[in-house]
Design a protein around this ligand. Structure first.
Ligand code: ADP
Length: 592
């Protein structure tokens, strides 16, 4: 790049040159005027000298005494540097202050002589061969009335004029130099006076460009620069306000995005991440800063997501899908995409909005399974009831005994249906306690022995039928802050199972203990026990280890689910410890 010159070095030389040129022109005019003045003055001088000489020689013309004229010329020439010559009208020289007139040429053709003869006065400046230098000649006619007596000429070497002129010219040059120096200094100061405020404005502009838009430029004295500085200050102020507004808006947006539960990711058309919020970074288990600028493939190693992004970029329509991430447990993300357009409407990428729907989808699945299970559980007894009722209705039964047997089966299935409905109602009631204050639990400090005693009484007949003894042990006097009815139902369900799955003559035990600040109620049987692989799902609704056996025993598959919900409503938990063929222990742990 061409090197930039400073303003002062652009203005100053021009100023200085103009000043020098004006000075030179002035000196040139002055010199010419001086020449003219000197020439005029010297001519007048010479004319005076000629007049004096004419006065002296005039009498000798009347006498025709030419030698006298010659002598006067010589004398006059000795007194000054002027050379005097007297020439007759025919051009003959009759007197000369330097030469012998007899040796001199005829002077009739000399321009000053011719002019003097014709007009009375002649003047010429030329080179003299005789004296070998430039001379100024002034000639005047000397008349006696109308009769021309002679022409008297005075000559002065121009050197004398030149010397005087030079002396003056030197002085003028000296003065000129002083003026030039003064002009130089003044023009330098003047240009600095112009350039300094401009330089200050430049420094101020640098401050603006470095980001300090609150800086204020000093207002220079010059009107134009003052308006410029004011305009720049105004511009910087407006820019500052606009930048602050943009920054505020960006911060607000950042805050909104940062606090959103949904993950937001902007992706360009090359599948690289432009930006994403904190929630998205958490979902991808990645660092926001590190992920920015990298491709989706690098950041998330998930084929489903990569395919979704590719499809979203390929279309201008909004897309939606559920994607599973494994990190290490499964997380289900619901992803919506919408195209990102620039101000000109050009596609520059796609925006992903991701919501963690893991819980929602699990709940939906559970609901779906639940509805399917309920339908299935209800369908079996209903089909049976329908079959037997139709048989009876069509009077296809021969004997009264068969009819009674069929009615007995119908009653059994109706009871079963009733049991399912009662259990489902219990479940929904317990579930609602968490959400609905009107059906909140009825907590009270209750002696656990009393609750257990009531439950045992309900089961006693069933136990007696199987000759099973129920033993109550431990700290039965312990009190707990519980909903007695619900806890009683939970213990009843566990006790019922323990009796159901125990062989005749076995013993079932209920232990109450307080350990580590928690109250534990353990129901132990020595029945069939449960295989390890069933334990994890045992408390799910309608889950049964042996469906046929459970149904046969009148089980609904909801008993343990009800227990779990009751215990959870008390802030506790239920666990199971079981060995196949050896028996099981179900423990209800309540916080104190
Ligand atoms: P059910 O109405 O079938 O008893 P539950 O929810 O009470 O339903 O129990 C679910 C399943 O757990 C039962 O079908 C049974 O297979 C198993 N189970 C529950 N308690 C015991 C136990 N004490 N001993 C062995 N298996 C049990």
């Amino acid at each position: 790049m061409k090197k930039k010159k400073r303003l002062v070095w652009q203005i100053f030389p021009a100023f200085f040159l103009i000043a020098l040129a004006s000075l030179a022109v002035a000196i040139w005019f002055a010199t010419n005027a001086l020449n003219f003045f000197f020439l005029k003055q010297t001519t007048l001088d010479l004319k005076d000298h000629i007049a004096l000489l004419q006065n002296q020689i005039r009498p000798h013309f009347q006498d025709q005494q030419l030698p006298q004229i010659e002598r006067i010329c010589k004398e006059a020439g000795q007194l000054t540097d002027i050379r005097f010559t007297v020439i007759l009208p025919d051009g003959r020289v009759v007197g000369d202050s330097r030469e012998n007139p007899t040796h001199m040429d005829n002077h009739a053709d000399r321009p000053e002589i011719r002019a003097a003869v014709a007009e009375g006065f002649g003047q010429s400046m030329r080179y003299s061969n005789t004296l070998d230098r430039n001379l100024l000649y002034v000639a005047t006619a000397m008349r006696n009335g109308e009769h021309l007596l002679a022409v008297t000429r005075a000559a002065l070497p121009v050197v004398f004029l030149d010397e005087q002129k030079k002396a003056i010219q030197w002085r003028m040059a000296g003065g000129g130099l002083v003026i030039a120096l003064l002009v130089g200094v003044i023009s330098l100061l003047a240009t600095r006076k112009i350039s300094r405020p401009i330089e200050e404005l430049r420094i101020g502009a640098d401050v603006f460009s470095s980001g300090n838009l609150e800086h204020k430029l000093a207002i220079p004295d010059t009107e134009e620069l003052a308006s410029l500085a004011e305009a720049m200050n105004k511009m910087a102020g407006q820019l500052d306000r606009r930048i602050k507004t943009v920054v505020d808006q960006r911060n607000e947006l950042e805050t909104v995005l940062a606090n959103m539960h949904e993950g937001i990711v902007a992706i360009n058309t090359h599948e690289a991440i432009i930006s994403m919020n904190r929630a998205a970074a958490d979902m991808f288990e990645n660092d926001r800063e590190k992920a920015t600028g990298r491709s989706v493939q690098e950041v998330v190693r998930n084929i489903e997501l990569q395919t979704f992004v590719r499809q979203a970029l390929a279309t201008d329509d909004e897309q939606e899908d559920d994607i599973s991430l494994f990190r290490p447990s499964e997380t289900i993300l619901n992803i919506r995409s919408s195209p990102i357009l620039d101000v000109r409407g050009q596609r520059i990428g796609t925006l992903l909005v991701m919501a963690d729907v893991t819980k929602l989808r699990r709940l939906e699945n559970m609901r779906r399974d639940f509805v399917a299970n309920v339908s299935h559980e209800i369908k079996t007894p209903l089909t049976a009831i329908k079959g037997y009722v139709e048989t009876l209705f069509n009077q296809e039964v021969d004997s009264k005994e068969d009819a009674e047997r069929f009615l007995g089966i119908i009653i059994k299935h109706v009871n079963r249906l009733n049991a399912i409905v009662v259990d489902l109602l219990s479940l929904s009631r317990i579930e609602r306690t968490g959400e609905d204050s009107s059906s909140a639990l009825d907590f009270a400090d209750t002696r656990l022995g009393d609750i257990i005693q009531t439950a045992v009484q309900v089961c006693q007949k069933q136990a007696d039928e199987k000759n099973i003894s129920i033993e109550q042990r431990g700290e039965l006097d312990l009190k707990a802050h519980v909903d007695a009815t619900l806890l009683e139902q939970a213990i009843l369900n566990l006790l019922d199972n323990a009796i159901k799955f125990s062989d005749d003559g076995n013993m079932v035990a209920i232990d109450v203990e307080r350990r580590n600040g928690a109250t534990g109620i353990h129901i132990t049987d020595h029945g069939c026990g449960i295989a390890r692989n069933h334990l994890a799902r045992l408390f799910e609704r309608f889950y049964r280890v042996d469906k046929a056996r459970s149904r046969q025993m009148g089980g609904t598959g909801l008993g343990l689910a009800i227990v779990k919900h009751i215990v959870q409503a008390h802030g506790g938990q239920v666990t199971v410890d079981s060995k196949l063929g050896r028996g099981s222990t179900f423990s209800v742990l309540l916080p104190s």
